[in-house]
Write a protein that binds this ligand. Structure first.
Ligand code: GLC
Ligand code: CA
Length: 552
């Protein structure tokens, strides 16, 4: 069942369940907490919700390490709570997407436990076990730091591209594939809206398992041998045919590293592997190459190159299908800390970032707290962090000779926990997130971001987002399917584009400079804007980091 477009005109919202709302005072967000906040989402205008994983998990990687795909983790509730969530969401016209983590599972999954016990059992081939005499079988580096291979005694190793508690699944095994398909269909049969699909471009590994040319640390990043590796298409087609094709669901792939030339295979409307995908080519402004590995030596932001990629992503995707656009998620620092130089931090700049991405072509995703203008969190010490990736990278940084202060500074800026702190609902204790002790520290400025407070203030960030959602719906004839074209007004540091359909033309103009900037965009009606210095005779002048959305 392809050509499903019911989701194109909707706005999606990502929930990180551990930090959204706690219903029973144990300090951890849960499904009943989410149910109690569905009205908040409805009021905001959200119609699709993506839940980061709630399956049974030892929580080594925040639930991205699943030990039972058919169960809900007790910290989140019971299976019946999940059924109730689907029902309550349905009543409000909200579709729920679950996270589908099938590149790896948990080392506590029964398959892996059996495989550990008996190297010759059927389950052993569901993973990447190899014998190797002098250390790991090859030099691949895990994305969370250190070798991608873990020793289990003797010469026996298994591969983990993420933490060592996340053994990679061997997609070459057809029995395993069928088990995964059955599980996917089990959830889809419950009436899910669909899935966000985790790390899916990694399921095919270079079958030779050879070492790759090393970096300075003697290891090789695992992108070349395991990301979008030739042959992956066969698995993805098989996956689609056996599962998603039979349902009205929407599939959103976390598809990092897909070259623009391959977009067609991924999301073309006829037989793409998925309905839509997140393109990460422009998500990281600082060139720190091998992802986290280089986060302690961040490069400069080449604005022009970043913008070209952003424009290219839009124009290439439009030729083929419908993308998913975002500036924040649970894996990145907050957008203000990512895209705005420290000296120019302001609420205006945050609004501009919203106006910049929200009206591009594709389904916009909002990450929880983004609509409140939340920024990175300051942690005091490494013990304040929970994120496995943060801890591993801190350890590697110390090992490589960085001082504890430098190492802390690095992880502070890039840690995934920045965006994982509890959601501030009120200005009360713990932001009303829990009556207990929150599992992760609250943002020190949570009172400033409290939803309750911002909802009462017409000029708040909350209303900025709510209004953007309303505008996208009100002008859907132009803003949903209308075509995208970059616009150049001669400003070096601006992102400007038009959306055009036979119903009209809307332009989004966004300044990334600390100076006044002029845009000769022509006469029109301002639909949205902040920091508009003047707009006369068709010339818009923006204050530093200002923005506007104009109907021409
Ligand atoms: C994805 C998730 C991330 C997780 C990783 C491993 O990138 O978004 O949070 O750590 O996959 O599952
Ligand atoms: Ca709880």
């Amino acid at each position: 069942m392809k050509n499903k477009t019911w989701w194109h005109d909707k706005v999606a919202y990502q929930i990180y369940p551990r930090s959204f709302m706690d219903s029973n005072g144990d300090g951890i967000g849960d499904i009943n907490g989410i149910i109690s906040k569905l009205d908040y989402l409805k009021e905001l205008g959200v119609e699709i919700v993506w839940l980061s994983p709630v399956y049974r998990s030892p929580m080594d990687d925040g639930g991205y390490d699943i030990s039972d795909y058919y169960d809900i983790d007790p910290i989140f509730g019971k299976k019946e709570d999940m059924d109730k969530l689907l029902e309550e969401a349905n009543k409000r016209g909200i579709k729920i997407l679950m996270d589908l983590v099938i590149n790896h599972c948990s080392d506590e999954h029964e398959w892996f436990q059996k495989a550990l016990e008996d190297p010759n059992c059927e389950e052993a081939d569901y993973f990447w076990f190899r014998e190797s005499e002098n250390g790991p079988p090859n030099n691949w580096r895990s994305m969370f730091g250190g070798s991608a291979w873990e020793n289990v005694g003797g010469n026996r190793y298994y591969m983990h591209l993420f933490s060592k508690k996340q053994p990679d699944l061997n997609w070459e095994n057809p029995v395993l594939r069928q088990k995964l398909y059955d599980m996917i269909n089990y959830w889809l049969d419950k009436g899910l809206g669909g899935f966000r699909i985790d790390a899916i471009t990694h399921i095919k590994k270079d079958p030779t398992l050879r070492s790759y040319p090393p970096d300075a640390d003697g290891m090789a990043g695992c992108f070349a041998p395991t990301r979008n590796f030739p042959g992956i298409g066969e698995y993805l087609t098989d996956l689609r045919k056996n599962t998603f094709d039979k349902y009205e669901c929407v599939t959103v792939a976390e598809a990092a590293g897909v070259p623009f030339g391959d977009l067609g295979a991924y999301i073309n409307a006829e037989d793409g592997y998925f309905d839509t995908m997140f393109d990460f080519s422009y998500s990281e402004p600082y060139a720190y190459g091998n992802g986290w590995h280089d986060c302690f030596r961040p490069g400069e932001w080449d604005f022009a190159a970043w913008r070209d990629t952003l424009y290219m992503s839009q124009t290439e995707t439009e030729k083929i299908g419908f993308g998913a656009v975002f500036i924040e998620n649970h894996d990145y620092p907050r957008s203000m800390d990512k895209f705005i130089p420290d000296a120019y931090r302001s609420e205006r700049a945050q609004r501009m970032l919203g106006n910049m991405y929200f009206f591009m072509r594709g389904i916009p995703f909002i990450y929880q707290g983004q609509e409140l203008g939340m920024t990175n969190t300051r942690m005091e010490k490494i013990e304040d962090f929970d994120d496995i990736s943060t801890k591993n990278h801190y350890r590697v940084a110390l090992r490589d000779g960085l001082s504890p202060e430098k190492a802390l500074e690095g992880v502070m800026r890039y840690s995934r926990d920045n965006a994982r702190v509890p959601f501030p609902w009120t200005t009360g204790e713990n932001g009303g997130f829990t009556t207990g002790k929150p599992w992760l520290k609250c943002h020190p400025d949570y009172k400033e971001f409290a939803a309750e407070k911002l909802m009462k203030d017409e000029n708040s960030m909350y209303h900025w987002y709510k209004n953007m959602i309303r505008l996208r719906s009100e002008y859907k004839d132009i803003l949903v399917e209308g075509s995208f074209a970059p616009m150049d007004f001669g400003n070096e540091k601006s992102v400007c584009y038009s959306r055009t359909s036979e119903k009209g033309k809307i332009v989004s103009i966004n300044s990334f400079t600390p100076e006044l900037t002029e845009y000769a965009c022509g006469e029109g009606k301002v639909l949205n804007g902040d920091g508009i210095h003047s707009y006369e005779n068709g010339v818009l002048t923006l204050e530093p980091f200002g923005c506007a959305l104009i109907l021409l």
